[in-house]
Design a protein around this ligand. Structure first.
Ligand code: DGJ
Length: 540
């Protein structure tokens, strides 16, 4: 009987926790035919985000954050909430930082993604409050294979889990209290790059006992293994250590997310220090949400909506592969950390082309940092210029892109190394029903040689939204686009009906001018200034 009651309670609490919020204006994720949208204020929203530096979320430093967001034209700020600041004494919560952050975001018309620096920050426990750090036996770290403590919290530390649940629930309660009408906070990252760098799993006696016990049925099911009473090494062989660690870290965070959602069910995600999916190195952050343990994470932490890649890889091939791996029918693509500098910023378009609900480069504020050692605003602006240009193109049409992407009507392509060497044949062809869009990167005019400023090599990018059969929304950089009638239009004479340059205001396109003559006769060209076109084609 007791078991039956427990099951009923569990069912009630779980369905409450994972249910769509009753209030449809609350931020939430929707899924249709394997495609995703993040609904914010009742409509699909594309996060054009920026993450500030780790130590910038203080009232004293926020004045270096807001102007950077303005310069970037970002619509969302990702910003940490530090456990050590939030709960300086056990059970006493300090809302000063979060309240200042929310007030600032509203003033600057930004949405917020809050990053909970709790038990894990980059695999360590460095954000634990002092009162916890000073009790290392109670809030213990993992033990390595040599019997020595490693600088990473143990997922078996029940007291740490309990304390994290308490603090995180208090945070969610406060967000609910101050923000459930305005919805400035749209999503929460639970922990930061959880896992362990120093060793593959916890070797403490309590962990070892679990390692030598039967693998939980849900873990077996997630990994398509038959039901059995076998232990981790028996079932998973050489992968047992990493799978075991991932399962335990994910289960731990899953419990925190369940508790937080029971208070206030915002979308929640975990960010991963990714493993290079091409070279598959032996050494990476073990136990994090890497692609090899994706299914274990999904089963152990179902209250987490998204597993996200932090992409610091500069190789386009690796970057692209990561975008594909983290974009799944059961996982919306969201890139919460990346490099937004120079030509690598084109991968923002690649992410959108893979259906992303958001993208956010890291370290985007005017404080002194490793990226910006002089700490001058001018130096920072130079570094952030490429992302700022992306967002100047995309911010006015972010709602349209998010809606069209949800419907599978966005096509985005980026330049590969060496693409622009020949302008005789298109570098990419985008199929748009009875039209093909032929994309030439780096050439702006059929008769003019390619001229690009230093640093803009390989920077080409193009995004096309299909508004209707013959009508397209286009933006891009360092590219020329020509159209070709295909399918039912094959062989028919065609023309532009109109090429309007303008922008969207509240869902309505506002043309500024009509392009014609030299501006369209050689194709539609995009250089390094924001240009949004609404193009209508017709055949005769
Ligand atoms: C990834 C982490 O998630 C960030 O908080 C930051 O530490 C960056 N690495 C790098 O600086």
């Amino acid at each position: 009987m007791r078991n039956f009651i427990t099951v009923i309670i569990l069912l009630i609490t779980t369905s409450f926790a994972f249910a769509q919020p009753h209030d449809s204006s609350m931020p939430h994720l929707v899924n249709k035919n394997g495609r995703w949208a993040l609904m914010v204020d009742g409509a699909p929203y594309l996060i054009l985000g920026a993450q500030c530096n780790n130590s910038s979320a203080w009232p004293a430093t926020l004045s270096k954050v807001w102007p950077a967001m303005e310069y970037l034209h970002a619509n969302t700020l990702e910003i940490p909430i530090y456990w050590e600041q939030f709960e300086p004494e056990k059970g006493q919560f300090n809302f000063a930082n979060i309240d200042t952050i929310i007030a600032g975001a509203r003033k600057y018309h930004l949405k917020l993604v809050l990053l909970w620096y709790g038990t894990w920050k980059n695999g360590s426990n460095h954000y634990l409050p002092k009162w916890m750090k000073l009790q290392p036996k109670k809030y213990f770290n993992m033990i390595g294979p040599n019997g020595k403590e490693v600088d990473s919290p143990s997922p078996f530390a029940k007291a740490t889990l309990k304390a994290d649940i308490t603090a995180f629930s208090a945070l969610m309660k406060h967000i609910k209290k101050v923000d459930s009408r305005q919805h400035t906070v749209i999503m929460v990252q639970v922990e930061n790059e959880p896992g362990t760098w120093q060793c593959r799993r916890d070797y403490s006696s309590i962990a070892q006992k679990a390692f030598d016990s039967p693998v939980p049925g849900s873990a077996l099911k997630a990994m398509h293994k038959p039901v059995s009473k076998k232990d981790w090494p028996q079932v998973f062989g050489k992968n047992a250590d990493v799978y075991f660690h991932a399962w335990n870290v994910a289960s731990y965070i899953g419990k925190i997310a369940v508790a937080g959602k029971a208070v206030y069910p915002l979308p929640m995600y975990i960010n991963a220090a990714v493993r290079n999916p091409i070279t598959l190195p032996d050494y990476y952050e073990f136990g994090g949400a890497t692609a090899n343990v994706f299914n274990l994470y999904k089963a152990a932490a179902p209250a987490i909506n998204i597993l996200c890649p932090d992409i610091y890889e500069r190789s386009q091939k690796v970057y692209q592969k990561l975008l594909e791996l983290y974009s799944r029918p059961d996982n919306p693509l969201f890139v919460p950390e990346t490099i937004g500098e120079g030509s690598l910023s084109r991968m923002c378009f690649a992410a959108i082309g893979n259906g992303a609900i958001g993208y956010a480069p890291f370290g985007m504020d005017f404080t002194r940092s490793a990226m910006n050692p002089t700490g001058t605003e001018a130096a920072a602006k130079k570094l952030f210029e490429a992302t700022s240009l992306n967002y100047q193109m995309l911010a006015p049409i972010n709602r349209e892109i998010a809606k069209l992407n949800f419907e599978g009507k966005i096509h985005a392509v980026v330049e590969n190394k060496g693409d622009s060497s020949s302008s005789k044949r298109p570098n990419k062809v985008i199929h748009l029903g009875d039209w093909d869009a032929e994309v030439y990167f780096g050439t702006f005019h059929r008769l003019q040689p390619t001229k690009r400023p230093e640093g803009a090599k390989n920077a080409g990018r193009v995004l096309i939204g299909v508004l209707s059969k013959n009508e397209f929304l286009i933006t891009g950089e360092y590219a020329r686009i020509s159209f070709k009638p295909v399918g039912a239009n094959t062989g028919k004479p065609w023309q532009y009906l109109t090429v309007q340059q303008g922008t969207f205001h509240n869902g309505v396109f506002k043309p500024r001018r009509i392009l014609n003559g030299d501006q369209t006769d050689w194709g539609l060209s995009f250089r390094s200034h924001p240009k949004i076109l609404r193009v209508t084609l017709y055949t005769r």
